[in-house]
Every structure is written in structure tokens, then in C-alpha cells.
Design a protein around this ligand. Sequence first.
Ligand code: FPP
Length: 241
Amino acid sequence: MPSDKRNGLAAVPRHIAFIMDGNGRWAKKRGLPRTAGHREGARTLRRLIRDLSDIGVEYATFYCFSTENWKRSDEEVSSLMKLLEDNLDDLVNYKDENIRLRFIGGRERLSDVLNKKMEDSERNSLSHTGLTVTLAINYGGRDDIVRAAKKAAQMCLNGEISPEDITEEMFTPLLQTEDIPDVDLLIRTGGELRISNYLNWQISYSELYFTDTLWCDFDKNELMKAIDDFNSRERRYGDAK
Ligand code: FPP
């Protein structure tokens, strides 16, 4: 449900998720390599986290690297990973901004350096009470559901539950998002109209907002446009009018 901390203005969605698309095209338009687009995208991410915090959004989840992104060139994959390894602390300034930082996605394929930084930042920001920023790295919505299904199956094998005990309510916290509420608003930049295996379970009742604006050009003004649009929608969660 939306919260209303924006100085008495229209309600602010409680949880906004972002598909940050268009970095490659942003770079190409300027005759730059795709990696330069990702570096600029990282700057956009940093700025936007501050804006989201300022307007009182409680949860923001960003698709940084999908389970399918490994198919990209070695050069692009390693530059994205290096961007995260080198700049994680800078990318999300969790120390100064009271941000709780979390990660979703499979960690097995990520480097030891990155894993260590992720664990440290999660631990160090655990008690922070401001915006919860979740970075999805090597994340896939289907993979998330399969991992949760394995946990539920194991619980059955252990005799902790029986198959009849598996309900939506008990399954939801088995997902990597655990206690994070469902997404209220999903924003995808870059003009494509698809979900790309992102938070499949968690966006079941989200409002979807697609914009042609490339991620590197997305700013607070664009964010407020998306929120205004969100506020014009009637959310019925399957109920009749
Ligand atoms: C999609 O644009 C973007 C990504 C696959 C990565 C998103 C990464 C960032 C915004 C940088 C911050 C995150 C990290 C990892 C530090 P695209 O490359 O598909 O662009 P295109 O559709 O124009 O080709």
C-alpha cells in the first residue's frame, strides 16, 4: 500500500522496482562504448536513490544484472561486475543516508570480492531505518521461485510441514525478497514493453509504467511523472468496482 510522506502531496508508492534499460543505446548515441553507458547508468542510480529517499519511498529494488545477462560479451559482463566490485560503497551511500542495503540473486557465480562487499554492506546497514535498497544481481524471477520451491520441498522432507501447508502466505517469505512487501509500481525505462524475468511473483498486482526515456536520462522529474501516473490508477487487486 502507498505511504504518504511527500509533504502532504499525492501518495508515494511504498515499493518501487526499476528495470534500468537503455544504457547501451545512450552510449551509442554519443559514439561511446556500452561500458560507458553502464558507468553513466550507475551515476543515475546513485542520484535516484537520494531522490527516492527524499520523497519517502520505503523500498526500491533495482535490476542490475539478470541471470540472462551472462550471455553478453565477456568484456561487458566483466565491466558490469567490476563496476559493482569497485563502486558498491559509492553506488549506494548507505552509511550517510541511513539506507538498508540488500541483495537478491544467486551469489555462487559472483566473485569472492563482490560477495564479501555484499555481505559487509548488508550487515553494516542492517539496523538502518531509511529506504531499503535492494540490488538484484544475477537475479531471475523464475530462479527465485524455483529456489523457494526447493526450500518448501526440503521443509516437507524434514517433516516440518506437509504439502497441504504450502500457501501463498507461507511461500512468499521463502522468496529472496523475504520480508520486503510486494512491488506497488514497476518502472521500466528504455522503451521496451516487457518484464524480462524480474520479480515475477512480487509484481503480480503492481502497476506497470513504461517510458521511452533511457535509464541514463531518467531523473527526479521523470520519477515524479511515473508517481503521478501511479496515483491516477485505480488499484482493485482483483476486486470488482
Ligand atoms: C540494461 O541496459 C542495463 C543493464 C543490463 C545493466 C544496468 C546497470 C546499471 C544501470 C549500472 C548500475 C549497475 C551496476 C551493475 C553497477 P542495456 O545495456 O540493455 O541497454 P540497451 O537496451 O540500450 O542495449
